[in-house]
Design a protein around this ligand. Structure first.
Ligand SMILES: Nc1ncnc2c1ncn2[C@@H]1O[C@H](COP(=O)(O)OP(=O)(O)OP(=O)(O)O)[C@@H](O)[C@H]1O
Ligand SMILES: CCCCCCCCCCCCC/C=C/[C@@H](O)[C@H](CO)NC(=O)CCCCC
Ligand SMILES: [Ca+2]
Length: 531
């Protein structure tokens, strides 16, 4: 616990006759049982001198004795399910000097929190999700940033790629972070802008699939206002704008793996959540035509895609992630302070010390799988979201330098439904004979169609006319390719080369906190006292 004026411990404040309550609402209270609540300085949002309005207040005997002085401490209150709220406590006393000393001391302690942002660049997508981005920012987030004395430059985007292009033009180095208000697509734009800008400024060619990319130390904050908000949910544990704003204010930092996607030595995209071919690619392609439906479009297209039951043939080559101890079948999930991610961080630091920036990935063992797949999903994180609270791969790690490659082979509609349903309950979604999962550091995919057509390109036009296999009209095998869903955006190429870059970027988050710790320790509503 930090020491405060006169070497006093913070809890002594209450013996000065300090009262508690929302600013302006303090009431005399009957003596209470001794109550304590520990709030680390790192979770104090702001400290402000409080004006006493005697007319509004009835603070009993204190009022008669002397003029009162007060200050209010705003702090993070942890509620259920990883939700954070801004709470406050007002302290008053008769000694003006002592009161000022407290304010001064607390402000100095806050100044010492060096990881907190002071200046942020904010991009708002007014059309993401339910089109509430601007309102959410103005009503829920901006007042908190202002309370925490964070200054902001706000850009309301006018078209797709506005934020990304802007990040190549502005002086990003004057900001402590970039905030995106929107969904996964908006986050993806900001991430591409920041990572792309870092590579450009460092002379790294993004088209080289083997290049060692420069880490981006400017953190990104996500204020969720999209349709899936999977990146926010998987890194914070909830999709809630106030919670995310508070993680930004306290200066949390969560490193994140980023996968680069290439085709024929051409850079296509980065991905942090899902790279999905087949089922999720087809959902996305169909849902793009239904954007006007808002988040509901995914349910509509999901149902349609499920009924169509298309499978696709192709070959996957992958390099197993041997550097990490974890496995996709682990029962333990990645949580705040995860040891597996810390181990990868250490390895990364050693690698950078040894090889510097010129390090290129070595050729290691490749494994090959050929088959007919309903879905090929590669996830760099769990992909937990409100639709699936444990995600596509519950044991995937945020920052271990690997992705989980999930192969769902051709099976009956009924079995596929059983597989999908397991994303919504506690049963193991990998415990099916038609599902395989591997932890990988890189992989490549080539569809059978492109393999065949490489020998005879002229066939493409002919084959595209038939949607289904002409030999077996009822079999659901597809002679056209699916598309890749890359964090909610379609890729132009079906043949891709993917590589995971360990901890390439950082978020204003801390990963998902263990439930037992925060819920037991912080949500005792009767223990409301600070200091
Ligand atoms: N002003 C704008 N007009 C049109 N499109 C925009 C604008 N600003 C951003 N975009 C684009 O909108 C796309 C979708 O936005 P966003 O991710 O915020 O919402 P969403 O698709 O509903 O949510 P999710 O990605 O979580 O499913 C992004 O890819 C982004 O490039
Ligand atoms: C019969 C009931 C079955 C229920 C099954 C539920 C399974 C849900 C799993 C959801 C996985 C989401 C993965 C995240 C992908 C995001 O990068 C992407 C961009 O926001 N969203 C989608 O592609 C949107 C994907 C939408 C999928 C519905
Ligand atoms: Ca990972």
């Amino acid at each position: 616990m930090e020491r405060l004026p006169g070497g006093r411990r913070p809890r002594l404040v209450s013996s000065l006759g300090l009262g508690r309550g929302a600013a302006g609402l303090a009431r005399p209270r009957p003596p209470r049982r001794a109550e304590n609540c520990f709030v680390p300085i790192s979770e104090i949002i702001a400290v402000e001198e409080t004006e006493f309005n005697k007319k509004q207040r009835n603070i009993g005997r204190w009022q008669k004795m002397a003029k009162l002085h007060a200050f209010t401490v705003y702090y993070v209150k942890k509620a259920r399910n990883h939700r954070w709220r801004c709470s406050n406590v007002t302290f008053w006393c008769v000694d003006e000097h002592l009161c000022n000393q407290w304010i001064q001391a607390l402000k100095e302690l806050l100044e010492m929190q060096k990881s907190r942002p002071k200046q942020l660049l904010v991009y708002i997508n007014p059309y993401g999700g339910k089109r509430q981005g601007k309102r959410i920012y103005e009503q829920k987030v901006a007042p908190l940033f202002s309370l925490a004395s964070i200054s902001t430059d706000v850009v309301i985007t006018e078209h797709a790629n506005h934020a990304k292009d802007n990040l190549f033009e502005v002086n990003i180095y004057k900001y402590d972070g970039v905030v995106c208000v929107g969904g996964d697509g908006m986050f993806s734009e900001v991430m591409h802008g920041l990572i792309g800008r870092m590579q450009k400024d460092s002379g790294i060619d993004q088209n080289n699939p083997k290049a060692s990319l420069v880490q981006c130390n400017i953190r990104i904050g996500i204020i969720p206002a999209g349709s899936t908000d999977c990146i926010c949910y998987s890194t914070v544990g909830i999709s809630d704008p106030v919670t995310s704003a508070l993680h930004i204010i306290v200066g949390d930092c969560q490193p994140l793996d980023v996968s680069s996607v290439h085709h024929n030595n051409t850079f296509l995209k980065y991905s942090v959540s899902l790279l999905g071919y087949g089922f999720y690619g087809d959902i996305l392609k169909d849902s793009e035509k239904k954007r006007w439906m808002g988040p509901m479009r995914y349910d509509y297209s999901g149902f349609k895609t499920f009924l169509s039951h298309h499978y696709y043939e192709g070959t996957i080559a992958y390099q197993p992630a041997k550097h990490t101890h974890g496995s996709p079948r682990d029962k333990e999930s990645c949580r705040t302070g995860c040891c597996i991610c810390k181990e990868s961080e250490k390895q990364l630091a050693e690698q950078q010390k040894e090889c510097g920036l010129n390090h290129e990935e070595g050729e290691e063992e490749w494994k090959f799988i050929k088959g007919k797949f309903l879905a090929i999903n590669a996830v760099s994180m769990s992909c937990a979201c409100p639709r699936s609270p444990k995600g596509l791969s519950p044991a995937a790690h945020l920052a271990d330098g690997s992705a989980d490659l999930i192969l769902v082979r051709k099976c009956s509609r009924f079995d596929f439904l059983r597989y999908l349903l397991r994303h919504t309950n506690q049963d193991d979604q990998f415990d099916f004979p038609f599902v395989d999962v591997y932890r990988v550091k890189s992989f490549q995919f080539t569809s059978k169609l492109s393999e065949d057509n490489e020998s005879n390109v002229m066939d493409i036009g002919k084959k595209r006319f038939g949607q289904f296999c002409r030999d077996h009209p009822a079999c659901c095998c597809n002679i056209v390719n699916s598309t890749w869903n890359c964090d909610g955006e379609t890729l132009d190429s079906s043949a891709i080369e993917v590589r995971v870059h360990c901890q390439l970027m950082k978020l204003f988050a801390r990963g998902i906190e263990e439930k037992c710790k925060d819920e037991a320790a912080y949500s005792q509503s009767s223990i409301e006292q600070l200091l």
